[in-house]
Design a protein around this ligand. Structure first.
Ligand code: ADP
Length: 193
């Protein structure tokens, strides 16, 4: 069975997590942020160690452990009834994050739309990440060099996903707007899917 899915897409700091958390409170939408799944691992966990090693350098965690961890998480949520694939739409944030992951997940995800949160100003992204570093105690947000590396990784590895899913599924959202307005734009489009 394929999960009915919408993807939240955009640069680090574009607001995927903020929007995803709100969307996840709406009945029949189940939000899953891959970064949060990684951060929930203990530091003595094997994948938790790999995560720290890569994320602290602004790089993506290798595809195999990432997808395996994600599957395990989703299956756990299905078993406990938090996620009900027959009724719910999966709101994915941070996965797939490159074309290789999208290929691996092709048979598992029925991607209805990809919401592309666009920020026109890179400096705005950097400021948001630096503010978040203080609030959420995230090491990968604290260092300017790591932030720049993550933005480069996004351009190089994640951006090609837009072509992979094709123009007809990409919904562009102006993420320079206040969060409530971004949400409104997403919901308007979501209701039409
Ligand atoms: P952001 O989008 O702000 O960078 P995330 O929480 O989505 O924040 O990701 C933090 C880090 O977790 C990434 O820089 C990367 O190292 C790792 N990560 C998250 N999702 C994936 C993924 N699907 N594949 C590989 N690495 C990932």
């Amino acid at each position: 069975m394929k999960y009915r899915t919408i993807l939240l897409f955009g640069a680090p700091g574009a607001g995927k997590g903020t929007q995803g958390k709100i969307l996840g409170t709406i009945p029949n939408l189940f939000h899953c942020a891959c970064g949060d799944v990684f951060r929930s691992l203990k530091t003595d966990d094997a994948v938790g160690k790999i995560f720290l090693e890569y994320s602290s350098r602004g790089q993506l965690v290798p595809d195999a452990p990432t997808v395996q961890l994600w599957r395990h998480f989703i299956e756990g949520c299905t078993q406990t009834g938090r996620f009900r694939p027959a009724d719910d739409t999966l709101v994915l944030d941070g996965i797939p994050r490159n074309v290789a992951q999208a290929e691996i997940l092709k048979d598992s995800l029925d991607v209805k739309a990809i919401f592309y949160l666009r920020c026109t100003k890179e400096e705005g992204l950097v400021q948001r990440l630096q503010r978040r570093a203080l609030k959420e105690n995230r090491l990968d947000d604290a260092n300017l060099d790591v932030i720049r590396d993550r933005l480069k990784t996004y351009e190089r590895e994640s951006k090609p996903l837009l072509d992979f899913y094709g123009r007809e599924r990409v919904v562009r959202i102006n993420a320079d707007q206040p969060p409530a307005k971004v949400l409104l734009d997403i919901l308007r489009k979501l209701l039409k899917l």
